[in-house]
Design a binder for this molecule. Structure first.
Ligand code: FPP
Length: 251
């Protein structure tokens, strides 16, 4: 990032939908798996930059509930990549003080990958730096249903009165738990969709869509996303006047 200074205010929590790996690979005559592999470099960059800038949390959409329906060989290569990436990057994440957590339906993953995830999470749990969530086998609707089931089971057992369920308690049962909601969603790959990512938590996120394919995402593009965010007036349902500022032009 140029001159080491990020535009202010900085988002506390950034969510990223990393889209375009397949197209990046196809444009080079490569297999889709090569695009996913190339997508690891911007992941490293974002973790490094968010840590350096003091962003509190970064949540990456790596594999959706719907991605299971991709060709079996692509799914297998992605699962292999997740395993290798954790193995290779864990020391570096630890050095940066990152707290790694995988969110999503982890029982759908292989026992080997589940064990490796559990070990990596345990190894970084005591860190105090960037909270890095990687969404694997994740869907926003799945997340809401699993939260509803958890709370329903507590109600049925008598541990939780129905009237005690409010937005705070519901949000705490979601995969992001008590993390602040993402303030900024970045989506690469020229698509302008949420695609079942963090449906509850993105309620007030600023949405930054860019045409770059994920393997081409770089520090300059991250800086543009942060500058976009810094220029937004976040009203959370209030009027600009109530916030004590004249409304900014909405691009
Ligand atoms: C979407 O692009 C990308 C994915 C389904 C995989 C994302 C995974 C990585 C970037 C690998 C590393 C991640 C971590 C955190 C270990 P696409 O395949 O849908 O691209 P397309 O729209 O061009 O086909």
């Amino acid at each position: 990032m140029s001159d080491n200074v990020a535009p202010a205010p900085l988002p506390r929590h950034i969510a990223i939908t990393m889209d375009g790996n397949g197209r990046w690979a196809a444009a080079r005559g490569l297999a889709r798996s090569a695009g996913h592999k190339a997508g690891l470099e911007p992941v490293r960059l974002c973790v490094r930059e968010c840590s350096r800038l003091g962003v509190e949390a970064l949540t990456l959409f790596a594999f959706s509930s719907e991605n299971w329906s991709r060709p079996a060989e692509e799914v297998a290569s992605l699962m292999g990549l997740f395993f290798e990436a954790i193995e290779r990057e864990i020391s570096d994440l630890e050095r940066q003080g990152v707290v790694l957590r995988i969110i999503g339906h982890r029982q759908a993953l292989s026992v080997r990958l589940q064990a490796q995830i559990a070990a990596a999470e345990a190894r970084t749990a005591g860190n105090t730096g960037l909270k890095l969530q990687v969404a694997v086998s994740y869907g926003g609707r799945w997340d809401i249903v699993q939260a509803a089931r958890t709370l329903a089971a507590q109600c049925v057992s008598g541990a939780l009165p129905v009237a005690a369920i409010d937005e705070t308690r519901f949000a705490a049962a979601l995969e992001l738990g008590t993390l602040p909601d993402p303030d900024l969603l970045i989506r690469t790959g020229a698509e302008r969709r949420i695609s079942n990512f963090l449906l509850w938590n993105l309620a007030y996120a600023e949405l930054y869509f860019c045409d770059r394919l994920w393997p081409d995402f770089d520090a300059a593009e991250l800086e543009r996303a942060l500058a976009f965010f810094a220029g937004r007036e976040r009203r959370f349902g209030h009027t600009g006047g109530q916030l004590g500022a004249a409304p900014k032009a909405v691009p």
